[in-house]
Write a protein that binds this ligand. Structure first.
Ligand code: C2E
Ligand code: MG
Ligand code: MG
Ligand code: MG
Length: 279
């Protein structure tokens, strides 16, 4: 009897596992196809100077339109793309498209700020990381000083010594590096000092409950103070309200990104935004 029950359990689990495995396989082949056909769209979200209200940069954020025309957001496929290593090819596509678009805006004199690109930590760990990035940038003709690479805290802390060496070589070309989602990972302050970074992006989880949450007030103030004493710029993510903007201004945060100014937008909407923002 016990044997029968055991067998039943086994079948139950194995069916569930088969379903999970099937889902993964289907996701994997869909993603592989999407990469092969480069069906990704690049959306752009403006980054604004808190004081002058100038548009200083645009962050490129990938969007995947599936075969039914539905938009799939990065949180649904970036982790999977990272696990399977497909992220390297995906980021290449996004970088190429974003660079081409920003060059068009530059040539039309619509935008002269910087382009922020998200890089997966898998990317940073590759041996040819610096070479492939610098090749992409130089073939786009975009000035390297106008490129900012956003790397998450956990990505940077994976193999910090190696990251420092690689990122230093990019810095020599003029490329800027920022820490994304700061405060959500574990980082050693001694490495922050050694990393060739120029900006800290305060994670939106610390911004969402401002100006009411006492803990978040302390955390954000502390991050700004740390950055400022290390000579780094700060950018607050996820600023949605006028009070949050006011808080950042009062506390000396340099740059703002969030729905208060604009959501990530398609190329057409970004063009319109860039043309009309100051008027
Ligand atoms: P991230 O780099 O921290 O990007 C900021 C995310 O916050 C974006 O989500 C953006 O839409 C969202 N956001 C911006 N302002 C606000 C706001 O005011 N309120 C709220 N609630 N959210 C706001 P998104 O586009 O869904 O991207 C999620 C994450 O996926 C990104 O976080 C980034 O880590 C990753 N990602 C996106 N595109 C790429 C890519 O091309 N390559 C890689 N490797 N990762 C990417
Ligand atoms: Mg980012
Ligand atoms: Mg972020
Ligand atoms: Mg994030």
């Amino acid at each position: 009897k016990a044997k029968d029950e055991g067998k039943g359990n086994y079948q139950f689990y194995s069916q569930e596992m088969t379903q999970k495995a099937m889902k993964r396989i289907s996701m994997q082949s869909k993603l592989r196809n999407a990469i092969k056909n480069e069906v990704f769209d690049v959306y752009f979200q403006p980054q604004i100077n808190a004081q002058t209200k100038e548009i200083i940069g645009l962050e490129a954020l990938v969007r995947w339109i599936d075969e039914n025309g539905n938009m799939i957001y990065p949180d649904e496929f970036i982790p999977f793309a990272e696990e399977t290593g497909m992220i390297v090819e995906l980021d290449r596509i996004v970088m190429k498209k974003a660079l081409a678009q920003v060059m068009q805006w530059r040539n039309e004199n619509i935008f002269t700020g910087s382009l922020s690109l998200n890089l997966a930590m898998k990317q940073l760990q590759k041996d040819d990381f610096e070479l492939s990035i610098s090749n992409l940038i130089s073939s786009s003709k975009c000035p390297p000083e106008k490129i900012e690479l956003e790397i998450t805290e956990s990505g940077l802390m994976q193999k910090p010594e190696e990251s420092i060496a690689k990122l230093n070589r990019l810095k020599e070309l003029g490329i800027k590096i920022s820490i994304d989602d700061f405060g959500t990972g574990y980082s050693s302050l001694s490495y922050i000092k050694k990393l060739p970074i120029s900006k800290i992006k305060i994670d939106k989880s610390f911004v969402v409950e401002l100006p009411d949450n006492k803990d978040d007030i302390s955390i954000v103030k502390a991050i700004i103070a740390l950055a400022s004493s290390l000579g780094l710029k700060t950018l607050a993510e996820g600023v949605e309200t006028a009070q949050q903007l006011e808080f950042m201004l009062e506390n000396g945060c340099h740059n703002i990104q969030g729905y208060y100014f604009a959501k990530p937008m398609s190329i057409e909407d970004t063009t319109r935004f860039l043309k009309n923002f100051h008027k």
